[in-house]
Ligand binder design. Sequence first.
Ligand code: AMP
Ligand code: ZN
Length: 467
Amino acid sequence: MKIFNTMTRRKEEFVPLEEGRVRMYVCGPTVYNLIHIGNARPMIVFDTFRRYLMHKGYDVVYVSNFTDVDDKIIKAAIEEGVSAQEIAERYIAECKKDMEGMNVMPATVHPLATMEIDGMIEMIGKLIDDGFAYERGGTVYFRTRKFRQYGKLSWKNLDELRSGFREIKVTGEEEKEAPLDFVLWKPKKEGEPFWPSPWSDGRPGWHIECSVMAKRYLGDTIDIHAGGEDLIFPHHENEIAQSECANGVPFARYWMHNGFLTIDKVKMSKSLGNFTQVRDIAKHYDLMVLRLFMLSAHYRSPLNYSADLLESAKSSLSRIARCVERLRDLAARPEGAASEGDAALLAECPSFTEKFDEKMDDDNNTADALAVVFDLVRYANMNVSEENAPAVADAYLKTLMELLDVLGIRLPEKEELPGEEIEAMIAERQAARRAKDFARADAIRNELLAKGIILQDTREGVKWSRA
Ligand code: AMP
Ligand code: ZN
């Protein structure tokens, strides 16, 4: 399997550190609002990648944090007159609801920054002891020039960056030794949450949290680190600097970054206000439509959101659902039918899984993998029918369901048939029987069976129950 590694800018063969096991870290959201569909993109694409790794037989340890202390959370708390913790807890719970709706599996661990402060103080202390960080008036900075490889992930021209940064003076950071140095710990301001530390009562910088959580839950060197491409610089560059200087070994072996979800070709973001929340989509669509829309593009390409594309994802999802229903009905028939073509159809079936895997093996190409799913749907619609043995339909059904499961596409629950409709169909079946139209009567019984309704002919008349 190949992964495009942002660090080398090449597709590389994926070899995990430990055979059969993958340690993966995905930067999670800052929780001060409901998530928008831009935030949903890394959740969906890396959840799909995780499912594919599992499908290949790997044991995946998947860690994704919630940033629950941050300027924006504190600002939201002040505006509402509640604690920062209350804001964070509320939006973590809401985010988990959205994840459930999008069928994003819970991470193996969802660490919270505020629960890992001790680990952060320890790592910052070590960086200071080893000369990689320094304190000025209660603030601790990372000394970027001590880390020769600074910039290796983002391929930035550091001299250009340095001169660019010189122009920008961030208030409170005048005492930095160099413009690219970044904050590891900062003192509290009035009314802000804080933790005691050897340098000041204060709170950690954003970057240090991921270095510490990755180390704690996955070890000093992890297999895959992922997130949106806006995180490459400075967040991931800074994570590398902290982790590699503190631990003395490479931090992550593969770096994966998703492209932006855009609207009118502009990055969707909370700060620009051009966002659509996952919750807004859920009012009008099954969130599987959103998932299908996200997977229809390559994860590294930009994806422009539009109502039309969402509508087209909706009809694609219905097309898949109709095929599944039909194959289910065909598979549920009693044994009997068989055709000469059965063996050839059964032999063809595994080729779809092979093609699907081939696409996913090529850097998580969900767009092409999805095209294979539609090839399967088209092929089954055209070639699998009442003339074939139920086992043929069953084989195609199982393959299709397996591929959908890898993509995390959960089909909408079948709508439950209302009682009156069942009674009406039973009456129609009785009428057919009286007219000696047994074929029609049997067809109605099978139709009900496919919808999970079991009929029982008793002396008192026809009784029905739900399977
Ligand atoms: P944030 O809450 O802004 O820290 O973002 C959480 C995750 O969502 C990060 O991995 C970001 O890179 C990602 N993200 C935010 N906005 C977008 C977007 N418009 N398109 C794709 N990914 C995004
Ligand atoms: Zn991070």
